[in-house]
Design a protein around this ligand. Sequence first.
Ligand SMILES: Cc1ncc(COP(=O)(O)O)c(C=O)c1O
Length: 399
Amino acid sequence: MTTTTKTSVRLSRRVRDIRISPTIAVMNRAQELLAKGVDVVDFGAGEPDFPTPALVAAAGRRAIAQGFTKYTSNAGTKALRDAIAERYSRRWGARVTCDNVIAGTGGKQELFNVVLSLVEPGDEVIIPAPYWVSFPDQVQFAGGTPVFAKTGAPKFRPTLESIEAVASERTRGVIINSPCNPTGAVIDESELEQIIEWCSARDAFLLFDETYEFFVYHGTKHVSAMRWYNEHPETVIAVNSMSKTFAMTGWRLGFAVAHPELIAAMSKIQSHSTSNPSSISQQAALAALTGDHPEVEQMHQAYSERRSWLVPAINRIDGLCCSDPDGAFYIFPEVKALFGKGSVRDSNSFAEFLLEEARVAVVPGIAFGSDDHVRISYATSMERIREGVLRIEAAVRKL
Ligand SMILES: Cc1ncc(COP(=O)(O)O)c(C=O)c1O
């Protein structure tokens, strides 16, 4: 996991021990080619290809026009935190108020604040694998040790059994991301309940990242861990984001809902790092969370159609094998049948091969803890998806 590089500047061990996000490396190479005018089909991006809903963007513009451009309270405006609390009370029955909520500069920042607030050096944090790239490094940054609980095809769903198998007396918490980036796995409701009870009984935290909550398919239901907040308020922590649901990646607005004591601790950290998230983005987020935005369902519909076309198309390519994920906007095909052919030895060399030979950018699975897979994002137009699949097919045939 750790790659310590020798530098001329005397960097702290803390920063030397974390990796640059491997997904950024592939995206950089793809961007480099795009900047040179090369026609790359970009399946690497982890962001919606849709604009921010019209009324949400208008609320941002209005905030600027009205001069709502100053510092706000550190944890976010009361209006935004009230709206988030109200939403969690209404949807999941959680007894929460604005004191249970902090808004920050992206969900990523709030995940970081949670981990820094709860993890001590020597603590272990269990993360189902394949995992989203930042979880292990955030744990490591806090001095903890990430411990991986294996999940597998076809559904990659985390189970209590897989978590118990890697638990120890040093287990401090569990991070569940559902729907999952990169596998699309959506955790089973009863399994989630059992994991929460298990964490609660051991005085461990359950950090639930529901960034992709609105993107679930074929009748799958998303259930938030906050549904069990009232029974386990010291255990359950939810982190969510405006980025994917409302196509607001650039606005940088995410939030956490948790026990007020934890929120106060996170707020303390935030007050010494970024302070409040952008006042303008907070007004846009408020409009997003309190209004009606048909664009969200339209995005969901588009992802659903793309997924339905893409999964069988990938499975028709010799050497690629893809299960049908329940959520998010990624597929995670297995590519290990191609190892040993041409220059392809692992997920990284396969991604390099596709970029150089097919001009298609995918993210190597090793970035997410599985060297047998690659991640393909279908947050791009149907036309580009068709073109990308044709290119992959042609390149793989030459191997
Ligand atoms: C699983 C997961 N959690 C959290 C985030 C963070 O999103 P943001 O910081 O844009 O809110 C992402 C972004 O890619 C993600 O995929």
